[in-house]
Design a protein around this ligand. Structure first.
Ligand code: PEP
Ligand code: MG
Length: 325
């Protein structure tokens, strides 16, 4: 099978009914980069910048951050890289950055909250990203956004950094793409403003599932209790696709479900046309989509989600469709 997947590496990801799908990979360290070429991923849809911080015993200095981002972009060799700003706290522990003990770290001082409260830290990272991308495109996104106002606050800091760099004669990126991760349910009731506010949205389905179902993603006792392919979560995802389509805002999804053939199939059926996953999943997912008639699946899936009477699990419906096809 490995051989079979390798043979697909340079095959264009087109579904059987001709829909072009963007397949990107998730990464966080330089050792991940060779996987870009090996897997045939078209870019990095999620670059977890906190990993550089997590493997270091002290806070990486501004220059180290900048050099690291530059190496990533050099190795990506023109393929797009979406950098996520620091997502520390919660399940992502950085030893030299322990605040007080929190009773509920997943709901605590983390990710963009921490970055906004430590603007020096955030501005250092933004400057490092801007400098590393000079003359090229910078794609970046914010983790764990809860209110649209947080995006505006980061934009203001970004503007200051841009002004600062141009004042000192630095070459700026030729294009900035500013996005957010949709992983906190409160954003579901701000979809219109959100889609207007940003250049793209990336669904963090791991956290969006954790928070919408109230199940700790790290607690084996409950993590698998509810199904990502159950009606509640799929309806949430469908609402997001509809809002993005309506606003014309590019949408992607970068959680674990993008890397599993059956759930990735469901995502395409819901209307996702871009997904990002671990490099090893690119082959299997491409094999799945080459054989997929998305239009037919969409109709089936829509009907299954609109049906308020049946108790037939959507996972079974999807499995049946996959087997028949
Ligand atoms: C997610 O939450 O789905 C995600 C992709 O980010 P992480 O797994 O790093 O929290
Ligand atoms: Mg997350």
């Amino acid at each position: 099978r490995q051989e079979q997947f390798r043979a697909l590496r340079d095959v264009e990801p087109l579904t059987k009914d001709g829909k072009r799908i963007l397949l990107q990979m998730n990464a966080g360290l330089l050792v991940d980069l060779p996987q870009l070429t090996a897997s045939g991923a078209e870019g990095i849809g999620l670059f977890r910048t906190e990993l550089q911080f997590m493997i270091s015993s002290t806070m990486p200095k501004a220059e180290e951050q900048e050099n690291f981002y530059r190496s990533v972009l050099r190795q990506a060799d023109g393929r797009p890289v979406t950098f996520r700003t620091l997502d520390i706290g919660g399940d992502k522990v950085v030893p030299y950055f322990r605040s007080q003990e929190e009773e509920n770290p997943a709901l605590g001082w983390r990710a963009i909250r921490l970055s906004l409260d430590r603007p020096g830290l955030l501005r250092t990272q933004l400057r490092a990203l801007l400098k590393a991308s000079s003359g090229a495109e910078l794609k970046m996104m914010l983790p764990m956004v809860t209110e649209v106002s947080e995006i505006r606050a980061v934009r203001e800091l970004m503007q200051k950094e841009v002004q600062h760099l141009s004042k000192f004669g630095h070459q700026l990126p030729k294009r900035l793409q500013f996005g957010v991760m949709l992983e906190v349910p409160a954003l579901l009731w701000q979809l219109e403003e959100l889609m207007e506010e940003v250049d793209f949205v990336s669904v963090g389905s791991n956290d969006l599932f954790q928070f919408s179902m109230a199940v700790d993603r790290g607690n084996a006792r409950v993590a698998d209790r509810f199904d990502v392919l159950g009606r509640p979560f799929l309806r949430i995802l469908r609402d997001i696709v509809r809002a993005a389509d309506k606003a014309g805002t590019p949408l992607t999804l970068c959680g674990e479900m993008a890397g599993k053939p059956l759930s990735a199939m469901a995502l395409l059926g819901l209307g996702f046309r871009s997904i990002s996953m671990s490099a090893t999943s690119i082959g299997p997912i491409k094999a799945m989509l080459l054989a997929l008639d998305v239009d037919r699946l969409s109709k089936l899936l829509d009907a299954a989600l609109d049906d308020h009477r049946t108790h037939l699990p959507v996972r079974d419906i999807l499995t049946g469709f996959a087997e028949d096809n």
